[in-house]
Design a protein around this ligand. Structure first.
Ligand code: FAD
Length: 421
């Protein structure tokens, strides 16, 4: 899985918002494409850029403008890295409950522009729920702002919602005010084997009535999990597989496990771990294990760092049927599912570039049939995907987005070609 190299003729690194304004205004005047770059960790996400242009690195906009622990807010420039921000918040026993891979390099601007959520979304909500205010520069080189803690609101649009997740297509994010949360004292996972898909359905349904408050409900399926190192010592699903109960068997290469994550005070977490153990025993689960402390931190990292090519969202009730179908059509793929949110991340087995597009289309057809949506997160080197193969056919929102794009970026200079239009 590699990043696409953007067709950059030059890269500039402004250190002030005013310099971003100047650079984008000059690019607007000469109709030059501008590709915002944060940490550069996920430049391959999105469709291929449509023409050469300049890279606009935000890494020097890296100041923490304000942190008010008592108000649970922090205002930072877009180039602040996730590691810098989390360290700063941790000193006040606070955090943002986002699950960010490559935190040493990923920046706040990149995290907001891509807005991909991880396991904690189940309990903590989506990234956009934490954005109180945002500042950005549109495709005409005009600075604008929306939400709280800002000087001026651009009337008529919810700027935070518009900019978060739009891959820099409407504006270069320069600053954001985020709502922080208290840092939990500790975390833990309860894990168990899943003998088959019936067992998965049964345990997921039972979680609807659990007395506990999970922060993450994760299904792990596929060959990558046992051999990916480390995680196998904490979880059970690499156990060999049998169909002795006459239920749907999968290949022995397909490890399957359920991980349920908890966070809170030590006493709360201990109570929830004991409680879920009891609930699972009543359901006949005899393979449960507990992962605590530093081992739990390691599991979080493994989940957050799972590299996938495809993300699918579907109603949670359709999840298991879809996974079953996918394993039959793409044997050897590995899956991490944020099951409580109906999100599936799929890592395809290594394949020839020419087969990748066919696999993508097949998975999309299955996702759509299940009433879901799919986007491509990354593609192997040498594979060029069309915009439609990357994002799927344009939905009803595309026309609205296109018209907003026309107002914010009339010459289509911001990340041209890469988003859904
Ligand atoms: C496969 C995959 C899995 C992921 N999983 C998760 C996850 O589980 N949880 C999670 O929180 N995140 C996830 N992400 C998102 C990831 O955290 C972010 O993509 C990453 O943090 C981007 O940071 P960056 O600074 O390296 O951005 P870059 O790689 O530099 O840029 C990414 C995109 O954002 C645009 N961009 C960057 N900065 C700005 C800016 N200031 N203004 C406007 N546009 C900008 C770029 O043009 C580019 O299109 C995932 C991403 C991918 C592709």
């Amino acid at each position: 899985v590699t990043n696409t190299i953007l067709p950059l003729t030059d890269t500039i690194t402004p250190a002030e918002e005013a310099a971003v304004v100047g650079a984008v205004r000059a690019a607007h005047d000469s109709a030059t494409a501008v590709y915002p770059i944060g940490g550069g960790t996920r430049l391959g996400y999105g469709a291929a850029a449509s023409r050469p242009g300049i890279g606009l690195s935000l890494r020097q906009l890296c100041r923490v403008i304000d942190h008010s622990p008592q108000d649970l807010t922090v205002t930072v420039e877009a180039g602040v890295t996730w590691a810098e921000l989390t360290q700063r918040l941790a000193a006040e026993k606070q955090r943002l409950p986002f699950d960010v891979p490559d935190g040493g390099r990923a920046t706040v601007g990149g995290i907001l522009a891509t807005s991909l959520n991880g396991p904690r979304q189940f309990a903590c909500g989506a990234i956009q729920d934490y954005v109180l205010g945002i500042r950005a520069v549109d495709g005409r080189g005009t600075a604008f702002a929306g939400g709280g803690r800002v000087l001026k609101n651009a009337a008529g649009y919810n700027m935070c919602r518009l900019l978060v997740g739009s891959l820099g297509a409407f504006g270069v994010i320069t600053q954001a005010t985020l709502m922080t949360r208290p840092m939990p004292e500790t975390s833990a996972f309860a894990t168990c084997d899943l003998a088959d898909f019936d067992a998965a359905e049964k345990l997921l349904s039972a979680l609807l009535h659990t007395q506990t408050l999970p922060v993450a409900v994760e299904l792990l399926i596929g060959p990558v999990w046992p051999i990916n190192g480390g995680l196998s010592q904490f979880r059970a699903p690499c156990k060999a597989w049998s169909d002795e109960n006459g239920t749907v068997p999968l290949s022995s290469a397909h490890a399957k496990g359920l991980l349920v994550g908890f966070e809170g005070s030590a006493a709360e977490v201990q109570w929830m771990i004991d409680q879920i153990g009891q609930e699972w025993r009543q359901l006949g689960v005899d393979s449960s294990k507990i992962v605590l402390g530093a081992d739990a931190d390691f599991v979080w990292d493994e989940l957050i760092g799972f590299a996938a090519e495809v993300q699918i969202s579907v109603l949670p009730g359709k999840l298991i049927g879809l996974i079953d179908g996918m394993l039959q059509s793409q044997p050897g793929c590995s899956i991490l599912s944020h099951a409580g949110n109906g999100v599936l991340l799929v890592r395809l087995p290594p394949t020839l570039p020419e087969r990748f597009s066919a696999a993508i289309r097949q998975l999309r057809a299955m996702a759509v049939e299940a009433g879901g949506k799919m986007s491509v997160l990354a593609r192997p080197e040498g594979v060029a995907l069309s915009r439609e193969d990357t994002w799927g056919p344009p939905g009803g929102e595309a026309a609205v987005m296109r018209s907003i794009k026309g107002r914010f970026d009339p010459k289509n200079i911001l990340n041209p070609g890469r988003y859904i239009f």
